[in-house]
Design a protein around this ligand. Structure first.
Ligand SMILES: [Zn+2]
Length: 214
């Protein structure tokens, strides 16, 4: 299976993608994970990506696409993969679709998680993250321990700079301007199912299962 899970920041797509990939028996292809692996392994591509990031620049599409291609070359991706956080620009989508077809595994299906902007702001704005183990909390739904401590490891729980209101609004703006147009490109290649991304993790997983049965 070759599929894309699409959605704005804070739509919970990482969580859903991990579960869906496991259900479909394909790897969860998340660009963040691929970056981290190449950085940790100090590969040529990792060093190239790092040279942009340490200069405060965005990693160019060309480099991101090479990282994704390298991931798809690994044995566990022989039968496909579930993309999460990729493609995030029209240029990346226009590289990915022919690349997949060239492998004889064209894109089969995509899910677009629909979450309204105001809910994204509530979700991400209320998120708190452990500085040590990375556990996440939410001020309203899953608050941290007393004195903003992690209930798992006891370290301090903070609001990450990424989750400040101004940054969230900026991320949403970038999403609508640069990433949302990717949907149009995907719709030209495969069925794209709009799925309501609000509610509990289980409720959203159930809606996804209805459009992508095992
Ligand atoms: Zn912790």
């Amino acid at each position: 299976v070759v599929a894309v899970l699409f959605g704005p920041p804070g739509s919970g797509k990482g969580t859903q993608a991990a579960a869906l990939a496991a259900r479909l028996g394909v790897p969860h292809v998340a660009t963040g994970d691929i970056f981290r692996k190449h950085l940790a392994g100090n590969t040529d591509l990792g060093q190239l990506a790092k040279s942009y990031m340490s200069a405060g620049k965005l990693v160019p599409d060309e480099v991101t696409c090479k990282l994704v291609a390298s991931r798809l070359g690994e044995p566990d991706a022989a039968n496909g993969g579930l993309f999460d956080g990729f493609p995030r620009s029209v240029a990346q989508a226009e590289w990915l679709l022919p690349f997949l077809s060239g492998r004889g595994q064209p894109l089969e299906v995509a899910v677009n998680l629909v979450v309204p902007d105001d809910q994204v702001v509530t979700r991400l704005g209320g998120r708190r993250t452990c500085t040590s183990c990375g556990a996440t909390y939410h001020v309203a739904h899953a608050p941290p321990g007393p004195g903003d401590t992690c209930t798992r490891c006891g370290a301090t729980v903070i609001r990450r700079p990424d989750d400040e209101d101004a940054v969230i609004l900026q991320r949403l703006q970038t999403y609508h301007a640069e990433t949302a147009p990717v949907l149009g490109v995907l719709r030209g290649a495969a069925p794209v199912h709009d799925v309501v991304g609000t509610g509990t993790i289980d409720a959203v997983a159930e809606r996804i299962a209805r459009v992508i049965p095992a």
